[in-house]
Design a protein around this ligand. Structure first.
Ligand code: SF4
Ligand code: SF4
Ligand code: FES
Length: 266
């Protein structure tokens, strides 16, 4: 911005011109090498990165690939690396960024094309591996749909809800050094989910069972606690607290297992 524009009151300042560089590559066209493509557009009031990308795709380049569903920070599908930091395009105002913006797909996940990655495939595999569902008696015997729902104290429900807000966007995994190095690392997202089921009184698993799932270097003991995950989570989940808590509990469960004693919940 020149000096004259900088002196103007905000409402009379000319709109900024954004330069958005996108790392482009389509695995279905391996003959075309990965490349940076830069688009220019005028910033509008209240513009989010999602709106900017949509405008680019509508007006300048219909071939640009990126994902969105809800536009409200709920579905997690618009996560990408924004100026080096994983975040949600639909919750990022362009005014929060400099005029030069660099976008890249989330690492770790399978690339579909340009900014679109297959987080769903990774999340499903993680979910099956660490069994992210309530292991209640009726799971084995078949659910009794006529039975009244189990009662739960409001404080307990609130604590579970706090951890259940994860939208599986993948930002924490993309920011995680261990996940980049270790293909089978379950990530903060999985450890947070097990912390959630550990709180659930309907789940009959004990710490020995959770230890079987995440008591190794691909689970809590692989985490280097650098907390990139906690820094970038767009839902502000308490990942740092949950990682430390689960690591303590799993260390105790492992010790009890090695000692031959039965694992107890607390
Ligand atoms: S824990 Fe946070 S960053 Fe990780 S997948 Fe869930 S919402 Fe996204
Ligand atoms: S604290 Fe652990 S899970 Fe979080 S980014 Fe670091 S290594 Fe990954
Ligand atoms: S489009 Fe759903 S979280 Fe951004």
């Amino acid at each position: 911005m020149n000096d004259a524009a900088a002196d103007m009151p905000a409402e009379t300042q000319p709109p900024r011109r954004l330069r958005i560089s996108v790392l482009r590559y389509n695995p279905a066209e391996p003959e075309r090498a990965p490349r940076l493509q830069t688009y220019e557009l005028e910033e509008a009031d209240g513009m989010t990165l999602f709106i900017a990308l949509n405008e680019i795709r509508e007006i300048q380049d219909p071939s640009l690939q990126f994902d969105f569903v809800c536009r409200a920070g709920i579905c997690g599908s618009c996560a990408m690396v924004i100026n080096g930091r994983p975040g949600l395009a639909c919750r990022t105002l362009t005014t929060q960024l400099p005029t030069k913006i660099a976008l890249a797909p989330l690492p770790v996940f399978e690339l579909i094309g340009d900014l679109s990655v297959n987080t769903g495939k990774w999340m499903r595999a993680m979910s099956e591996r660490v069994e992210t569902w309530v292991h209640a008696q009726e799971t084995a015997q078949g659910a009794d749909l006529d039975r009244a729902e189990a009662r739960m104290e409001p404080e307990q429900a609130e604590a579970i809800y706090e951890l259940d807000r994860c939208i599986e966007c993948g930002c924490c995994v993309a920011a995680c050094g261990t996940a980049r190095m270790r293909e089978d690392f379950v990530g903060a997202v999985a450890i947070n989910k097990l912390a959630r089921f550990r709180l659930d009184p309907r789940d009959l698993r004990d710490d020995g069972d959770f230890y079987e799932l995440i008591g190794d270097d691909d689970g809590v003991f692989g985490c280097m606690t650098l907390l990139g995950c906690d820094d970038v989570c767009p839902k502000d989940l308490p990942l740092m607290t949950q990682l430390a808590y689960m690591r303590r509990k799993m260390a105790a469960a492992g010790w009890r297992g090695a000692d031959g004693a039965a694992a107890t919940p607390d």
